[in-house]
Design a protein around this ligand. Sequence first.
Ligand code: GTP
Ligand code: MG
Length: 217
Amino acid sequence: MDDRSQEFLFKVLVIGDLGVGKTSIIKRYVHQLFSHNYRATIGVDFALKVMQWSENTLVRLQLWDIAGQERFGNMTRVYYKEAVGAFVVYDVTRSSTFEAVTKWKHDLDRNVYLPGDFPLPVVLLANKCDSVRTGEDKMLANHLRSYCQENGFLNWFYTSAKVLQFHKENVNIDEAARFLVGHILNNKHLLIDHQSNEDIVTLNETVTSTRKDSRCC
Ligand code: GTP
Ligand code: MG
């Protein structure tokens, strides 16, 4: 690694109701795999995606796949600790999972924030877009655009862990991840500010797991 090289480790949460496709999105993104079988996640699962962001910048994305059923438990505060971004996922074929998006966002805003009390950057994923009927997608897009503006989401993406389109490896999962990581990198001064408090160990090598009082859950 030369002097200009930078390496970051970002903890990113993936949350949303049961069966919306969180694990499938991560499996597709990290391992290029998809399965129709549903096995509910218990507690939390982890995956690591290494992104060569640019010639000199490497990003390790530590994805925390939090079980949908955890919204009814009281562990989320522990799981959220030291995250620097999040995806909230819902299933476009089940409206109840969209209603739960607001609840997940409130849970995040109550329990986790960036150093300096800034809210966590959050991106909404409208998953299983392979199942949206033609014509519905534009209406939904307008709705999601204004929903995100009104509810403090950075942006939203249609995603599918299932289909491969246009010879891409997945629909929009890479784009959504690059969008969130780009935002985190552009705002990394929010994290740097706390270096003087020794909250951040080092930014130009590895970020996160940074507070002195951090514990492994
Ligand atoms: P919990 O672990 O219970 O919170 O669920 P989850 O959000 O991790 O859901 P999971 O990824 O296990 O997916 C649930 C079901 O939806 C599985 O049967 C998947 O095959 C299916 N699924 C996931 N993503 C997609 C998608 O993009 N399109 C379609 N058609 N099905 C999907
Ligand atoms: Mg799961």
